[in-house]
Structure formats: structure tokens, C-alpha cells
Design a protein. Structure first.
Length: 297
């Protein structure tokens, strides 16, 4: 399991070195958008709508939109300074409360907390204290430059940290449209509904629940693979390799032509030598012919 954060848990004068691991993973099936003609993945380029041109990463800055269409620019140096000022590598427990006091709507994401170096004893102490008191710790932590509220609790002999939304991050339920007012309902209908709930009541077993759609998509993908219906994407690398290969082959052919010409001349010379003709005799007539031409002129 990959360590994504190292720091400590502190409450009072107790300090516990810890390592943090992601407790959950996204199992959604990610489908790429491909070009229908050649099955290449589609690129989503950064384009300025005002200049109507593609922009490079070096041309981008961070801005906060304080009113519609108006921004204040925050430089990388300013953001870096703020990050360094607030990046405290600790989970500071500030209160202890009961788990049932927090509505699940506040919970965000879960992380496993394991002991760091020389932290086993203090880690076990906090775990047993939380288990015996049936309490959870309310803490503050900074992850990736974002200060977050969190709770620390025990889950199957392991400490778990759940990031928690701040109150102003949870929308007001009164803004939900068309919610009917609470009023008396028909008693027989209510009794029937309660009876149905009682019949379906059981202990929670997470293993019995499955993502049927995801499993169906994976089965379909595997069927297509088994039928060899997969496709290969032409990439820029493949194209460059083809060009390089063609160049190498062409150069090899040219070199072969040159060597072939030299070999043919050599073979002809060797054939003349084997027939009893010598090189001096071959060249002498040519020299006499040349002298005659000069004399006649």
C-alpha cells in the first residue's frame, strides 16, 4: 500500500508519528473517447476562446473570479508562500465527540493511519482509548495545501481518518425544491410501511452488495477480447519508427547497389585473368591507339 503522507497525530502532549494511506479506490470503468476512423484517443487541448489559439503551459496563470468576468491573479510565488505557511505535517485533535453526533453528510473521504517509526506504543494507546470510550477525535489537517476538518476513529484495529466537510460546504437543505411539508399520513399505510421495513431489516454486510453495471461492462470487454475484437491505436511513435525503418532500408539498398557494382567489376577482372589475359596486355593497345590519334591530329 502506497504511503501518501507522513506526519503525526497530536492530542494534548501526546505525539504519534503516523503514515497515511488511501482507504478507498475508484472502481469506475474509465472509457476513452476515440476517433471513429482510426481509433486514436482524442486530445483535449487548452485553447483561449478570446485569442482563438492554443496556449502552452507556460502561458497559464491562476486567477480567482470574484465577480462574473473579473479576476485577481495569484502568482505561483504567492501560492507557494501560503502553502509553506499552512503545510503543517500533523493531525491535531482538538475535541472528542460521539460518532453518532456527526451526520454522515459531513463525511468526505477515508484514509488508513498506520504507525510511523517508533510509534507503535502511542498508536496502540490512542486506539484502545478511543475504543474503550466509544469516542472519536475531531481534528484539523492540511493535505495538498488545503486545510480540512477530519475525525479519527477505530476501524477493525486500525486508526482511520475521515475528512469532514466544514458546515459552510454543506448546502442548506431548505434550498431543495418541492420538498413536501411534514403532515400526518394514513395510519394503515404507515403501519404497512413499517411492517415492510421490519421484514427487510438485517445486519449490514458490505460483501453482499455489488456494482452490477460495472461487472456487466467488464464481462462485455472480456468477451470482446476473447473474440479478438481489440484494436491497435496508431501512435506518433509508431509512425516515426516506420519512417526511420524505411530510411534505413533505403540506405541499405543504396549501399548494396554500390557493393554490387564493385563486386561485378571484380568478378569480370577475375574471369579475364583466368582466361590467360593479363592486365598489361589489355592496357597496351589502348595506349598505342591514343598515340596514333595524337599523331594524325
Amino acid at each position: 500500500m502506497h504511503t501518501m503522507w507522513k506526519g503525526s497525530i497530536s492530542f494534548g502532549l501526546v505525539n504519534i508519528p503516523i503514515k497515511m494511506y488511501s482507504a478507498t479506490e475508484d472502481k469506475d470503468i474509465k472509457l476513452r473517447t476515440l476517433h471513429k476512423e482510426c481509433h486514436s484517443p482524442i486530445k483535449y487541448e487548452k485553447v483561449c476562446p478570446n485569442c482563438e489559439k492554443e496556449v502552452e503551459q507556460s502561458d497559464l496563470v491562476k486567477g480567482y473570479e470574484y465577480v462574473k468576468g473579473k479576476y485577481v491573479i495569484l502568482s505561483d510565488d504567492e501560492l507557494k508562500q501560503l502553502k509553506e505557511e499552512h503545510e503543517d505535517k500533523s493531525v491535531k485533535i482538538i475535541d472528542f465527540v460521539k460518532l453518532e453526533d456527526i451526520d454522515p453528510i459531513y463525511f468526505n473521504r477515508s484514509y488508513f493511519l498506520g504507525p510511523g517509526e517508533n510509534g507503535n506504543k502511542a498508536y496502540s494507546l490512542l486506539r484502545e482509548a478511543l475504543a474503550d470510550t466509544k469516542k472519536i477525535g475531531v481534528a484539523e489537517i492540511t493535505i495538498r495545501s488545503k486545510q480540512q476538518l477530519a475525525i479519527v476513529r477505530v476501524y477493525k484495529d486500525c486508526l482511520v481518518m475521515e475528512t469532514v466537510h466544514y458546515p459552510d460546504e454543506v448546502r442548506n437543505v431548505s434550498e431543495v425544491p418541492s420538498v413536501p411539508e411534514r403532515k400526518e399520513v394514513d395510519q394503515k399505510e404507515l403501519d404497512t410501511a413499517i411492517t415492510l421495513i421490519d421484514q427487510l431489516t438485517t445486519e449490514f454486510d458490505p460483501e453482499k452488495y455489488h456494482d452490477d453495471y460495472r461487472e456487466a461492462v467488464l464481462r462485455l470487454v472480456q468477451e470482446k477480447i476473447n473474440k479478438e475484437e481489440g484494436t491497435t491505436t496508431p501512435t506518433d511513435t509508431d509512425k516515426s519508427n516506420v519512417v526511420d525503418l524505411m530510411s534505413a532500408l533505403q540506405a541499405s539498398i543504396e549501399r548494396t547497389k554500390g557493393h554490387g557494382g564493385e563486386k561485378s567489376v571484380q568478378k569480370k577482372t577475375e574471369a579475364k585473368a583466368s582466361s590467360g589475359e593479363s592486365k598489361p596486355e589489355d592496357t597496351k593497345p589502348k595506349k598505342r591507339t591514343t598515340r596514333k590519334k595524337k599523331a594524325s591530329s
